[in-house]
Design a protein around this ligand. Structure first.
Ligand SMILES: Nc1nc2c(ncn2[C@@H]2O[C@H](COP(=O)(O)OP(=O)(O)OP(=O)(O)O)[C@@H](O)[C@H]2O)c(=O)[nH]1
Length: 250
């Protein structure tokens, strides 16, 4: 056992971690997660935003607790940017196959700064490409930072990971849920968009189970797996081995 391992064990014990190292983590029922306010107070009409991943029709979704999320629906390059776009936008989300959706949880370190500690940034970019190919929608969920524990706690958890704990035990050592994301606002947005039967772009079966519990039928999962790097390899292994993510990384 390395000195890092000893220190991590001591920290874990001091802070009351209950997980057995290497044990499979069990997803808590959604109702046990601290919940946000799921009253939608405003949604905007779509506006066309060109990106390096193609054009997207973006909308803002504002909830009573002050959270604002973004939806981005892929549109063809020649899609009109004028005010009359809304009628055609509605046609875009009706295909023969269930609409492809990625529900991407905010990760400021990965999505904005390109952190190599996680797979979030590359998954966001690849997800946009996948959705552009399928004509699907990205929901960027902004109160999900750190799997719902927030940015401050995520960085605290990183400090514990630096002394040997994995991503699951680090959250538990802080006395926090390993999974604290509330998907009720996500389900509200999907229902408002008429997307109650979808294909979900994710490696995480928990998202499917949770959305289905909230009234969204998930036809199947479409993988969004990225090539591991030296900095996120352990994190991805933990996702696969302890959090049931469908990943081949090793
Ligand atoms: N607490 C904690 N959160 C992390 C860590 N690394 C990344 N995250 C957060 O994990 C979340 C990952 O979100 P997603 O990529 O949408 O979802 P996922 O559960 O990884 O599943 P996929 O759909 O396959 O990507 C983001 O909110 C990140 O901020 C970590 O080490 N600790």
């Amino acid at each position: 056992m390395s000195s890092h391992d000893i220190e991590a064990e001591e920290i874990s014990g001091r802070m009351g971690a209950t997980a057995v190292a290497g044990a499979q983590w069990k997803v808590p029922p959604q109702e046990l997660v601290p919940s946000s306010d799921d009253r939608l107070v405003e949604s905007t009409a779509p506006v066309i935003v060109p990106t390096p991943h193609g054009k997207f029709a973006m909308r803002a979704w504002a909830f009573a607790d002050g959270t604002e999320h973004i939806s981005a629906t892929a549109v063809p390059d020649d899609y009109p940017t004028n005010a009359g776009a809304q009628l055609e936008f509605n046609a875009l989300i009706r295909g023969s196959e269930p609409h492809a959706v990625r529900v991407h949880s905010e990760c400021a370190t990965g999505d904005l700064f390109g952190s190599l500690r996680c797979d979030c940034g590359p998954q966001l970019e690849q997800g946009l490409d996948i959705l552009q190919g399928l004509g699907g929608t990205m929901l960027y969920i902004r109160n999900h930072e750190g799997r719902g524990i927030g940015l401050t706690n995520k960085l605290r958890a990183y400090a514990l990971q630096d002394v040997g704990l994995d991503t699951v035990d680090a959250n538990l050592a802080l006395g926090l849920a390993q999974e604290a994301r509330d998907f009720r606002q996500t389900a509200v947005i999907l229902k408002e968009m008429g997307l109650t039967h979808i294909r979900l772009v994710t490696n995480n079966p928990f998202k499917k189970e949770t959305l289905e519990g909230l009234g969204i039928t998930v036809d199947r999962l479409i993988p969004d797996e990225i090539e591991p790097n030296a900095s996120n390899q352990k994190y991805l292994n933990t996702k696969r081995d302890r959090m049931s993510h469908k990943l081949s990384s090793s």
